[in-house]
Design a protein around this ligand. Structure first.
Ligand code: G3D
Ligand code: MG
Length: 202
């Protein structure tokens, strides 16, 4: 009887959980993006004021329930010394959000190199990838038309996976909803290959 009820309870209450890594160079806007996504998609969540967001040392975590699933976001620090830790998380992840600072032309090559290294990882093969051209609110920033060809250049590394480049402003929230909804569809489709985490393991 207990098993029957606990089974029913699980069926009704538990959501499939997926892990989404938020990656990109330091200062790209990863933490600001996570705060904005939580604010947009979580009822009654009052986001942290952008001035309170400081450089991420280590790991910053957030969860969002959307379209019947739970997304656990891991915002990993982007400084060079921390990038070496990223691949420890790859095997566990169901999607990647890669954030680019579109206003910082000087660091685009650096960001692209970091991006290529990331997508070359075996542990990430087939994982859906959302590239965000962030800081679109800044005049003179690179538009998505300019950012897209740069990050799409190595198609052989991107391989057979869902990949999208979208414009966004983490600061004012533009483009956040669209990105997350696109990612959710991809994660669900890809769950045959990368099934959700079993909650009993958590
Ligand atoms: P990180 O977590 O990737 O290191 P942060 O980046 O989220 O800490 O953001 C780094 C700086 O970029 C912050 O400014 C933040 O306010 C700013 N930023 C993030 N997203 C946007 C955006 O969409 N538009 C603009 N204009 N700025 C953004 P400070 O001045 O606090 O360092
Ligand atoms: Mg940060």
């Amino acid at each position: 009887m207990y098993t029957l009820f606990s089974g029913l309870y699980k069926y009704l209450v538990q959501k499939n959980e997926y892990c989404v890594l938020i990656l990109g160079l330091d200062n790209a806007g990863k933490t600001t993006y996570l705060e904005a996504a939580k604010t947009k998609l979580t009822k009654n969540y009052k986001g942290m004021h952008p001035s309170k967001i400081t450089t991420t040392v280590g790991l910053n975590i957030g969860k969002i329930d959307v379209s019947g699933i739970r997304l656990n976001f891991w915002d990993l620090g982007g400084q060079e010394e921390l990038q070496s830790l990223w691949d420890k998380y790859y095997a566990e992840s169901h999607a990647i959000i890669y954030i680019v600072d579109s206003s910082d032309r000087e660091r685009i090559p650096d960001s692209k190199e970091t991006f290529d290294k990331m997508i070359s990882s075996e542990n990430l093969s087939g994982v859906p990838l959302l590239v965000l051209a962030n800081k679109q609110d800044i005049t003179d920033c690179m538009g998505v038309r300019e950012v897209k060809p740069i990050f799409n250049k190595n198609a052989h590394l991107i391989g057979r996976r869902d990949c999208m480049v979208m414009p966004v402003s983490a600061l004012n929230g533009d483009g956040i909803d669209e990105g997350i909804r696109w990612l959710v569809d991809c994660i669900k489709r890809n769950s045959v290959i990368r099934p959700p985490r079993d909650q009993d393991d958590m």
